[in-house]
Design a protein around this ligand. Structure first.
Ligand SMILES: Nc1ncnc2c1ncn2[C@@H]1O[C@H](COP(=O)(O)OP(=O)(O)O)[C@@H](O)[C@H]1O
Ligand SMILES: C[C@@](O)(CCOP(=O)(O)O)CC(=O)O
Ligand SMILES: [Mg+2]
Length: 397
């Protein structure tokens, strides 16, 4: 099916409000970041499937005949409307030789790939021999949705390789997107990859990586915010590693243990997302500085709530403290427990001040950078449109 190599990319995300609460049916507001995961898929004629993951130093390959055996055993339950079953996961673990019960970076990436490869192959009757390289600009496991960008890239590449969706790249265009119904199919398959990595994802991250822009997400309903003000956001990576799967499971346990205490906190987070959406709309309508104190206060309140639900970390408290000494307001973003925080900058924040904050945060061992938001979701690239850094990774993989 695949005639020539394809290169595609999907963005990471930052959650303004609603992380964790969104897993329990509350609203979240999320933005696509200009940090992307890139995937190159090449047709191969050696009867193998190869996946190379330079970010984590992993390269794996299997014979398609081996995969075909597994496919037969699994083709019944594998389609985009079903969640991965424990039996399927056990069979994949055995196949991939994953013996430890612990979810490592490599084991999760391998299982998500094998699950998507086999289920898409089973559904569309193809078992393509391909070489795949996935490389990301995003920090991995830091709250910026690398798992979703990975799953969305894999779903789009495998659906294209199996002929389930078209390949809309035209010679004269450097970047193109799929039509809406194909994006929807990519998103639904990517959600299955997120289930392998997260356990119980809400679907917000894969939706942002697919659709891009600024989204409101609640119980699977995706609403693109059409009019949003330009927000300046500083991202800080505390470099404290954590696992989304473990943090999401911890919040669930807390809700089960203290429902009367935790449910009102989730309801309050939901109200914060709603209030923030109202403010963003009003700002887009009539830009004014007067809205910033409200956005800042919402960051502060939500950060306290996230500590209450048990996903804070002393490194994140440090980010909040350091930025507060410069009059700035921060909250964790994504699953928390370490990873990244976001800090709101006002449009007129002096670059010298931003530099001073960056230096203070770097002195704590953190990495910090300003980012632009609301970028496009999954797209196909012509080779000539790729940055030298990305080309270099693909050429040397
Ligand atoms: N570029 C990549 N290469 C390999 N694995 C990746 C990549 N991006 C994401 N992953 C997988 O996603 C997991 C991180 O997901 P998660 O804990 O949800 O953190 P986040 O989504 O915030 O980065 C990693 O452990 C790894 O299995
Ligand atoms: C905590 C959560 O709301 C976001 C997780 O994001 P990340 O994997 O930490 O980037 C989980 C989810 O919505 O699936
Ligand atoms: Mg994730």
């Amino acid at each position: 099916m695949l005639a020539k190599p394809l290169t595609l990319s999907a963005p990471g995300k930052a959650i303004l409000h609603g992380e964790h609460a969104v897993v329990h049916g509350k609203a979240a507001l999320a933005v696509a970041l200009n940090l992307r995961t890139f995937l190159q898929i090449r047709p191969s004629n050696n009867g193998k499937v190869l996946i190379c993951l330079p970010n984590i130093g992993t390269s794996l390959n299997w014979e398609t005949v081996q995969l075909r055996t597994l496919l037969r055993a699994f083709s019944d339950g594998l389609d985009e409307s079903k969640s991965p079953s424990p039996e399927q996961m056990d069979a994949l673990k055995e196949f991939a030789g994953i013996t430890t019960g612990l979810s490592t970076t490599e084991s999760l990436a391998t299982l998500a790939f094998l699950y998507l490869y086999l289920s898409i192959s089973a559904k569309y009757g193809q078992i393509p021999s391909v070489e795949i390289v996935v490389w990301s600009e995003l920090p991995i496991g830091a709250g910026l949705g690398s798992s979703a960008a990975y799953s969305v890239c894999l779903a789009a590449a495998l659906l294209t390789a199996c002929g389930a969706i078209g390949c809309p790249l035209e010679e004269e265009k450097s970047v193109v997107r799929w039509p809406e119904e194909e994006l929807d199919l990519i998103n639904r398959w990517a959600f299955r990859g997120e289930q392998v990595i997260h356990g119980k994802p809400s679907g917000v991250d894969n939706s942002v990586a697919t659709w891009g822009g600024v989204l409101r997400f609640q119980s699977g309903k995706i609403t693109s915010l059409k009019r949003v003000p330009t927000l300046r956001i500083l991202l800080t990576n505390t470099k404290v590693s954590r696992s989304t799967k473990i943090l999401v499971a911890g919040v669930k346990d807390k809700i089960l243990k203290f429902p009367a205490i935790m449910n009102p906190v989730l309801a309050s987070i939901d109200a914060i997302s709603q209030e923030c959406e109202n403010v963003l709309e009003a700002m887009a309508e009539s830009p004014s500085q007067e809205y910033y104190p409200v956005l800042e206060e919402l960051f502060d309140i939500n950060q306290h709530h996230l500590n209450v639900v048990g996903v804070g970390h002393s490194s994140l408290d440090n980010v909040c403290r350091v930025t507060a000494t410069h009059g700035l307001h921060s909250k964790l973003t994504g699953a928390g427990g370490g990873g990244c925080a976001i800090t709101l900058l006002r449009p007129d924040t002096d670059p010298l001040m931003v530099e001073a904050v960056r230096q203070d945060l770097s002195a704590c061992g953190f990495e910090c950078w300003e980012t632009s938001i609301g970028v496009p979701g999954i797209c196909l690239h012509s080779l000539s449109s790729l940055k030298a850094e990305v080309l270099h990774v693909f050429n040397s993989a």
